[in-house]
Ligand binder design. Structure first.
Ligand SMILES: Cc1cc2nc3c(=O)[nH]c(=O)nc-3n(C[C@H](O)[C@H](O)[C@H](O)COP(=O)(O)O)c2cc1C
Length: 186
């Protein structure tokens, strides 16, 4: 074994690249977020860590709703832009075409192949960041990206975030909940 310690830091191997949608003062705003994951299966919940200074935070606190939009790699420029500028300084409402679903106040970006519509369940104050946990009330998906009732990873072409760069999803390494059956005790 040859390990070195790197010190405590908010490390995760790879992350999704998402756009958090929230209405702030009645106008759609989208911010890029990578610190996000699934939080619960039943009821279905997702979560995202937002710095307290984000303009988006105002909108989620105001409406108690938000969306997580999954951009395709072809929209990497627009996606990165939403992470470079704040809605407090620049109106970001026209970067994506907004529509509304069940909740009426969580803007959904039409250009993103998958949109996760959330009702705020709870926000947890962790320090610099608030962890927003949202109950998923609906998943909207482009018909062309759905296979067997679920968004297809290849067709969706989501953007992976790692090492300050955007990546395409790579080659499969094995079938989950299956390949482990080949394990043989040595
Ligand atoms: C790739 C990438 C990932 C980011 N992930 C997060 C994140 O998970 N949480 C966060 O608070 N800010 C994150 N940011 C920074 C915000 O997107 C950025 O501060 C943005 O301008 C905030 O927009 P707003 O003020 O309109 O809400 C990320 C930025 C980029 C480029």
């Amino acid at each position: 074994m040859d390990k070195i310690t790197l010190g405590p830091m908010p490390y995760m191997s790879v992350m999704p690249t998402l756009l958090v949608g929230a209405n702030v003062k009645g106008k759609a705003n989208y911010m890029t977020a990578a610190w996000a994951t699934v939080a619960c299966m039943a009821p279905p919940m997702v979560c995202v860590a937002l710095n307290k200074t984000r303009y988006t935070v105002k909108g989620i606190d105001e409406n108690k709703t938000f969306s997580l939009n999954v951009p395709a790699a072809k929209h990497v420029v627009e996606t990165d832009h939403c992470g470079l500028v704040s809605g407090a300084q620049q109106d970001k409402s026209a970067i994506f075409t907004s529509y509304y679903g069940t909740l009426k106040t969580a803007p959904l970006a039409e250009e993103c192949p998958v949109n996760i519509e959330c009702r705020l369940f709870r926000s947890v104050d962790c320090g610099s960041h608030l962890l927003y946990i949202g109950e998923v009330v609906e998943i909207h998906a482009d018909r062309s990206c759905v296979v067997d009732g679920k968004p297809d990873t290849v067709k969706t072409d989501p953007i992976v975030y790692a090492q300050s760069a955007y990546w395409h999803v790579g080659k499969p390494a094995g079938k989950a909940f299956s390949v482990g059956k080949e394990y043989k005790k040595k």
